[in-house]
Design a protein around this ligand. Sequence first.
Ligand code: KIV
Length: 284
Amino acid sequence: MSNKVTIADLLSAKRQGRKIVAVSCYDYTTARLISQSDVQMILVGDSAAQLVLGFDSTLPATMDFMVALTAAVRRGAPEVYLVADMPFLSCQVGEAEAIKNAGRFMAEAGAQMVKIETTRTYLDVVRAVSNAGIAVMAHIGIRPQSISKIGRFKAEATTAEMAAELISLARQMADAGASSLLIEGTAAEVAEMITQRSEVPVISCGSGPGCDGQILVAPDILGLTQQPGPKFAKKYGNMAEQTIETIKTYSKEVQTGVYPDKEHSYHMKSGELDRLREILKDER
Ligand code: KIV
């Protein structure tokens, strides 16, 4: 029997007050390692445009790129709850286009939910995708795909008016059919209020401890990223330094001839080298 995490498991975690642990990850190898931990949810985030491709925003992520990454993560973590991020312009140009693109993540990549960065303007898109039978995570608060309108990100819902607006938006998203909420970079008090009022699981990305679950990107957790990140991006490892040291050791072994040694090389079958010398003996 499959032990695949389902939306029902996430709902029961919320109801029983068990925290949902989520990680944003982009590749087979990392997903395979994560699947050996207690993480229930992987998001294949469009932050891949920055952390995999090196762009300075999430905007260049395309559908084909995101579908390929999502399928790779599914192969690495067959039982985790898999959420795919709808990239910039994959759901803003119309409901039909949004349904088609969301459906690709389900049919081609094995995702169980799609995440849509959304405002009130896109309530109908959330409703349409949900009505098509596809679970939607509504991403509210800081929305990195809006960088060109904001210039730089700052904490959301830090005033009573902003907070009231976000609380109302969260309710509208759930009413439109969102099966989960992701709140990014929002005042902790407000994220907690939204969580208490919400029937669907609420995942925090830098929005304090009062939500049903937490998400960070794998390269930050592992300490692979070197550039300064947002305040909430806690590092739990120092893989950047370990990676550099490991590659330096490899370089040194190649330069000094220590690598490859006998153990890491293939060899001819016994007696075959002598036979070859015999064959070649008259050749120059
Ligand atoms: O793109 C991403 O990885 C995300 C998470 C940081 C929530 O949206």
